[in-house]
Design a protein around this ligand. Sequence first.
Ligand code: FAD
Ligand code: FES
Length: 256
Amino acid sequence: MLKQLQSQVLSNRQISADFFELSMRWDKTAGIALPGQFLTIRVSQDSVPLLRRPFAFAGFDEPEQTASIIYQKRGRGTEILCGKQAGESLDVIGPLGNHFPVNDGQGESVAAAGGIGLGPILFLVNYLRERDVPVTFIFGCRNSSYIPDNTAFKTASPNICTDDGSVGFKGNTISYLEQNIKINDKSVLYGCGPEAMLKGLSGFADSVGAASFVSVEQVMACGVGACMGCVVKTASGYARSCKEGPVFSAKDIVWE
Ligand SMILES: Cc1cc2nc3c(=O)[nH]c(=O)nc-3n(C[C@H](O)[C@H](O)[C@H](O)COP(=O)(O)OP(=O)(O)OC[C@H]3O[C@@H](n4cnc5c(N)ncnc54)[C@H](O)[C@@H]3O)c2cc1C
Ligand code: FES
């Protein structure tokens, strides 16, 4: 059953040019969040913006009863979110959607994040490493100003790619994969980021018969499976990204 929470903001800080990390108290009766799942926030009690905004979990600490998101300031909703202070209450629904399947550890795991795809992939990387599943972590963004500070990455130490080469590898995450990462049919690839990146990741995995799972960030309205506003075209028809997703096997998606 869906649980609507009033979660207390614990911190909300800028971690790069326009990325923020918000951590909140989590009521355990709402359930445990797994990597890939998301929550929705009603950022204001006013009628504008009316729709809840979806964000992937970037971290979840069950014993401490805390959850976090990493978000980019984009429009009115995220602008209001940026102004939330520690101690304020947030109207949250979650955990929602499905989650990334965990690699059983038999093959190489590779997790790639592009831009605001960082949150769910960071959560996944930390989750796998806590379970002794080795994983290569790649983060790509436009330039050095988008790279979060080390406290946001904690110990995850990504391989960084920037479009302009100002830090790390010069190029996008797919070029990095093609030039630096050897995979085989036992490998499992994970991705979250722009659609072109997810399509590229899918093609890279397919080239050796590896499995790949992507989290799509379709625009959502209801967020709970009722409106069909978030569908993704799959080999077996349209699927709701808020209900059957947001994580899909990349080979099931019909890429445009
Ligand atoms: C499952 C899922 C997980 C997401 N996780 C993250 C995350 O971890 N971090 C992050 O920064 N963003 C995430 N997003 C995108 C985030 O929801 C939008 O950036 C946010 O809703 C923008 O709200 P806004 O009012 O600031 O912008 P708006 O002014 O509404 O729009 C600005 C841009 O955001 C996009 N957008 C607007 N509303 C939505 C919506 N309801 N769903 C998706 N995209 C929207 C629009 O296409 C537009 O390009 C996720 C989206 C989904 C569906
Ligand atoms: S947002 Fe309404 S069905 Fe997914």
